[in-house]
Design a protein around this ligand. Structure first.
Ligand code: NAD
Ligand code: UGA
Length: 430
C-alpha cells in the first residue's frame, strides 16, 4: 500500500488529503501537524475548518485510509510520498518584511524530513513557495476556500513532475488537466493566477468609485462587460475589498520577485492592485462615518459578516478587520455577527488595534441582536442568510435615521429604502 504523509493539517492539507483518501482507497493518507488542538479537532465531530462538503468526505474515509496525527516524525519516516502543506505567510519582521514569504515553517519541515528519512521519498511541495531550488515536485494548490471540495473534485488545472504523482491524480483528474512545467513556471503560474484574479477585483472596485461619482451602477457595468466572452462574468463583483490568506501574500511575492529581478515598473504595477484594495476598505469606512453625520463616536454599529467570504469561518486578511479598525478608530461601538466565526477569533483579530478597542467590540450569535439599538449596519460578508433577514423587524429595533452600508451588494436597496433605511451600496447611485 502506498503511504502518503501530509505535513500541515490546515485548510489545504486537510481538504486535499481528504479528497485523495476518498478517491484513492488503496492509498493510506496520514495528515500530521505540530498543533495538538488542530489534530484533535480533525479527529472529532467538530472539524477545525468549515468547508461545504468536507464533513461528508472526512466521515467516509477517517480511520479507513485517512488518519490525523501529531506523531510527525513517525509518519514522515514511514511514508512513500510526503506533501508539505505548511503555512507560508508574508514576513512580518526582519529583512524584506511585508513582502517576502516567511519560509520558517517550510524550512523546519524540510530539515525534519531530511533528518528522519531512512528510505526513498517523493516530496511534494504544496505550499505556495516561490524560488526554492530542490529536486522536489512543486504542486502549488489552486483550491479556493468555500468551494475546496468541489475544486478538488473537478480541478481546472494541476501540475505533475513524476509519474507517481500523476498516477495519484489520474484517479479522478482527466489527463489533459494535469500540466507539467518547469519549477519557475509552476510557481509563477500560481502567483500570476491569484494576481490576475485579485487584479479583476481591484479593477471593478476602481470602476465602482467612478460609478458612484458619475451615477452609474457598477452591477450593470460589470454585467455588461462580463458579456464579452473575452472578459467573462466571473470575479467582477465590486466589494469592500478582497481578503483571504493568499491574494495579498501572493501579489507581495510577485512584487518581491520583480524587484529582485530589477523590474521596478512590473513591481509597481502589481503593488497598485493592493493599493486599490486598501483604498476600497478606507473608502467604505469614510462613507460610513460621513453618512452618519461625520461622527460615529459612541454610536452602536452592527457588523454582519466577518469571514473574508461566505461559507467559511476563515478571517485571514478579511476586509472586516480593517473596516472595524477604522470604525473603532472613530470610537464606534461595534456589535459583530458572523454565522461561522467564533468570538475568540474575532477578539484575536482586534488585538493589534489596542486593548481598549476590545471593550468597544461585542460578538453576538444573531443578526437581530447585533442590530438592536444600532445606528447603522454594515454588511461585510456575502452570507446568503443576510439576503433574507426580516429587515422591517431590524429597522423597527434600530435608531433613526437608520443606515445600511452594503459592502457586498447583496441586499435589495430599493426594498430597504421603502422601509425607510438610508442605503449605501458599493458603486451604486444613492
Ligand atoms: P494553515 O495555516 O491553515 O495550515 C498550515 C498548518 O501547518 C498549521 O496547522 C501548522 O500548525 C502546520 N505546521 C507548520 N509548520 C509545521 C511543521 N514544521 N510540522 C508540522 N506542521 C506544521 O495554512 P493553509 O491555508 O492550509 O496554507 C498552506 C499553504 O498552501 C500555504 O503556502 C498557502 O499559501 C497555500 N495555499 C492556501 C490556500 C487556501 O485557500 N488556504 C489555497 C492554495 C494554496
Ligand atoms: C483564492 C483563489 O481563488 C484560489 O484559486 C487559490 O488557490 C487560493 O486563493 C489560494 O491560493 O489560496 P480564496 O482566497 O479561498 O481562493 O478565495 P476567493 O474566492 O478567490 O476570494 C478571495 C477574495 O476576493 C474574497 O474576499 C472574496 O470575497 C473577494 N471577491 C471575490 C470579491 O471581492 N469579488 C469577486 O468578484 C470575487
Amino acid at each position: 500500500m502506498v503511504k502518503i504523509c501530509c505535513i500541515g493539517a490546515g485548510y489545504v492539507g486537510g481538504s486535499t488529503m481528504a479528497v485523495i483518501a476518498l478517491k484513492c482507497p488503496a492509498i493510506e493518507v496520514v495528515v500530521v501537524d505540530i498543533s495538538k488542538p488542530r489534530i484533535e479537532a480533525w479527529n472529532s465531530d467538530q472539524l477545525p475548518i468549515y468547508e461545504p462538503g468536507l464533513d461528508d468526505v472526512v466521515k467516509q474515509c477517517r480511520r479507513r485510509n485517512l488518519f490525523f496525527s501529531t506523531d510527525v516524525e513517525k509518519h514522515v519516516k514511514e511514508a512513500d510520498i510526503i506533501f508539505v502543506s505548511v503555512n507560508t505567510p508574508t514576513k512580518s519582521r526582519g529583512l524584506v518584511a511585508g513582502k517576502a514569504a516567511d519560509l520558517t515553517y517550510w524550512e523546519s519541515a524540510a530539515r525534519m524530513i531530511a533528518d528522519v528519512s531512512k528510505s526513498d521519498k517523493i516530496v511534494v511541495e504544496k505550499s505556495t513557495v516561490p524560488g526554492i531550488n530542490y529536486q522536489i515536485l512543486s504542486n502549488p494548490e489552486l483550491l479556493a476556500e468555500g468551494t475546496a471540495i468541489e475544486d478538488l473534485f473537478k480541478p481546472d488545472r494541476g501540475w505533475k513532475a513524476v509519474q507517481a504523482l500523476k498516477d495519484m491524480y489520474a484517479h479522478w483528474v482527466p489527463e489533459d488537466r494535469i500540466l507539467t512545467t518547469n519549477l519557475w513556471s509552476a510557481e509563477l503560474s500560481k502567483l500570476a493566477a491569484n494576481a490576475f484574479l485579485a487584479q479583476r477585483i481591484s479593477s471593478v472596485n476602481a470602476i465602482s468609485a467612478l460609478c458612484e461619482a458619475t451615477g452609474a451602477n457598477v452591477c450593470e457595468v460589470a454585467y455588461a462587460i462580463g458579456k464579452d466572452l473575452r472578459i467573462g462574468p466571473k470575479f467582477l463583483n465590486a466589494s469592500v475589498g478582497f481578503g483571504g490568506s493568499c491574494f495579498q501574500k501572493d501579489i507581495l511575492n510577485l512584487v518581491y520577485i520583480s524587484e529582485c529581478n530589477g523590474l521596478p515598473e512590473v513591481a509597481n504595477y502589481w503593488k497598485q492592485v493592493i493599493k486599490i484594495n486598501d483604498y476600497q476598505k478606507s473608502w467604505f469606512v469614510n462613507r460610513a462615518v460621513s453618512s452618519m453625520f461625520n461622527t460615529v463616536a459612541g454610536k452602536k454599529i452592527a457588523v454582519l459578516g466577518f469571514a473574508f467570504k461566505k461559507d467559511i469561518g476563515d478571517t485571514r486578511e478579511t476586509p472586516a478587520i480593517d473596516v472595524c479598525k477604522g470604525l473603532l478608530g472613530d470610537k464606534a461601538q461595534i456589535s459583530i455577527y458572523d454565522p461561522q466565526v467564533t468570538e475568540d477569533q474575532i477578539q484575536r483579530d482586534q488585538q493589534p488595534t489596542s486593548p481598549s478597542a476590545v471593550k468597544q467590540v461585542s460578538v453576538v450569535w444573531d443578526a437581530y441582536e447585533a442590530t438592536k439599538g444600532a445606528h447603522g449596519l454594515c454588511i461585510l460578508t456575502e452570507w446568503d442568510e443576510f439576503k433574507t433577514l426580516d429587515y422591517q423587524k431590524i429597522f423597527d429595533n434600530m435608531q433613526k435615521p437608520t443606515f445600511v452600508l452594503d459592502g457586498r451588494n447583496i441586499v435589495d436597496g430599493e426594498k430597504l429604502r421603502e422601509i425607510d433605511f438610508i442605503v449605501y451600496s458599493i458603486g451604486k447611485p444613492l
